[in-house]
Design a protein around this ligand. Structure first.
Ligand code: BG6
Length: 511
């Protein structure tokens, strides 16, 4: 249903000839159209250097919609009607003077499509363009709100270091107010990520336990089975820290760890998240050696098929020391979390694609029943599964029927897929709609962004200064370096390995 507060508007996508537009953005806008959420008068203007016309752009997007839309059973007629809202302008986006053409085209669009001078500018371009495009727009007055709105959505990576993030923020703020800037992190658009707020704050049973008195440790994992694919030239300069940890994983951490907000509103929620980042214990020199572990995948056989090592991938330096795996132990120094370790890990070419948060509760203080299983598998856990098979799993103990008191851990399991007729929107769908309605709750505020960079920067500096710092190889298809379990000091405790893996090479492998 169309949100009441949504105004007529145009979405202008820079980098419209690229992959993100084709795979994610236009399919998401189409899904919004199918859900009847778009404004009454709406248009998309794709902007890029490639010489498309309106028609050739539409043809390409039709293909993207068919392949990537989450809507089932789409008819050709629906796609054709939707694509009438798509337009294309080819300009040199790095030439300020070409933006007058854009301004003219937008005025025409307003006239012909009643888009009312309300614009969202989506920067889906190489990051080098992030400071330039908003400036060129401002030179044409396209940043000025005069009874209408002008918003800019910026994709990640927002900066490549603390310094560059601060500079980019400062450059944007010369021409735009903070509430015009939408820094996107697609993890925040995932339904299960947002559900964390509801699980924590709509239930009376979790919050009293959600602290250092009852929680032993927390694990946050974003594992991917794919490698770098064709993104080598970007990834080799990025690595897992910049690609996943500084943004997606720290955002998850903030939602797990934040205090209840005063209200469900953008400022209240974002204030609480910022406090978590500010309370992250800075990593000491010892932590950099002991509590941060990086790895890189090496060639292996997965299900009998040869899989390339990272250094053999396209556009990767043959002696690259970029991390494709990162595991860290960190602490949040406040009353709620004092001395509770948070273990965070991510990696490419791991056995499976799974993102989950595991809250490990402390064991019962009195050992009344015979211990049957070691502490590792035996503790109460709440597993918040973000993807795939979204859901919530509580591991709890139960008596095995029969004589005596034999105790067994069982699963209380909820899967989103059990909800009949419930439509799970894609992350981009939700986030685009939020920006269209002016709700920035699920976007990153500038101060929080800088706070996350501030936390990770010492690690990046340490690797820069010590290129020989250990980088552990792990066979593609395995769960990363063996020593990752050593980060968890407690005897008998390991990371959770959520499903069977398929590599027949190296450690942690199950055939
Ligand atoms: C992106 C990273 O931000 O997130 C990719 O650049 C990564 O490297 C992707 O693959 C993971 O997103 P998701 O939604 O598939 O978990």
């Amino acid at each position: 249903m169309r949100p009441k507060q949504i105004k007529d508007q145009a979405l202008i996508i820079f980098g419209a000839s690229g992959d993100l537009t084709y795979r994610k953005l236009i399919p998401a806008v189409f899904d919004l159209y199918k859900q009847k959420s778009l404004p009454q008068n709406f248009a998309v203007l794709g902007v890029a250097r490639s010489p498309f016309t309106d028609d050739t752009f539409r043809d390409k997007m039709k293909d993207g919609i068919r392949k990537f839309s989450s809507t089932k059973d789409i008819t050709d007629e629906e796609i054709n009607t939707f694509c009438q809202m798509l337009f294309y302008l080819s300009i040199n986006t790095d030439e300020g003077k070409d933006y007058s053409e854009l301004k003219d085209r937008l005025e025409l669009l307003d006239k012909e499509n009643n888009t009312a001078g309300n614009y969202i500018f989506y920067l889906s371009t190489p990051p080098a363009m992030y400071p330039l495009i908003p400036k060129f727009l401002a030179e044409q007055g396209l940043n000025k709100e005069d009874g209408n709105f002008r918003r800019v959505i910026i994709e990640k990576p927002f900066g490549t270091s603390l310094k560059s993030a601060i500079e980019l923020n400062a450059s944007l703020r010369e021409d735009y107010d903070e509430d015009q800037i939408y820094r996107i992190d697609h993890y925040l658009g995932k339904e299960t990520v947002q559900n964390m707020l509801v699980t924590r704050f709509a239930n009376g049973i979790y919050e009293p336990l959600w602290n250092r008195n009852y929680i032993h440790h927390v694990e946050i994992t974003a594992a991917e089975s794919i490698g770098v694919e064709n993104r080598g030239s970007y990834y080799d300069h990025s690595g897992a820290m910049r690609d996943m940890v500084q943004n997606h994983l720290l955002q998850l951490l903030a939602l797990v760890a934040m205090e209840p907000p005063m209200a469900i509103g953008s400022e209240a929620i974002r204030n609480e998240k910022l406090k978590v980042f500010q309370a992250l214990r800075p990593l000491s020199d010892e932590d950099l050696f002991k509590n941060v572990l990086r790895g890189q995948y090496t060639a292996s056989n997965i299900k009998g098929k040869y899989t390339k090592g990272y250094r053999e991938e396209k556009d990767i330096a043959p002696d690259s020391r970029t991390e494709t795996y990162l595991a860290m132990k960190l602490y949040i120094d406040n009353w709620r979390w004092g001395d509770v370790p948070f273990y965070v890990r991510t990696g490419k070419c791991l056995p499976t694609r799974v993102s989950e948060i595991v809250i490990h509760f402390k064991p019962a203080p009195q050992k009344l029943f015979p211990e049957t299983v070691d502490f590792r598998n035996d503790d109460n856990q709440l597993v918040i599964r973000i993807q795939p098979d979204e859901g919530l799993l509580l591991k709890t103990k139960m008596k095995v029927p029969g004589s005596g008191y034999q105790v067994k851990t069982v699963n209380m399991d909820f899967h989103y897929s059990q909800l009949q007729d419930t439509y799970l929107p894609e992350a981009y769908e939700r986030l685009l709609l939020d920006c269209m309605t002016g709700d920035s709750t699920l976007y990153i505020r500038g101060d929080a962004l800088e706070a996350t960079w501030k936390f990770v920067q010492p690690v990046l500096d340490f690797w820069d200064k010590n290129p020989d710092a250990p980088l552990h190889g792990y066979p593609a298809g395995s769960w990363g370096p063996a020593s990752a379990d050593d980060l968890i000091e407690e005897e008998n405790l390991t990371w959770r390995y959520p499903c069977k893996n398929l590599s027949d090479d190296g450690i942690y492998c199950e055939l």
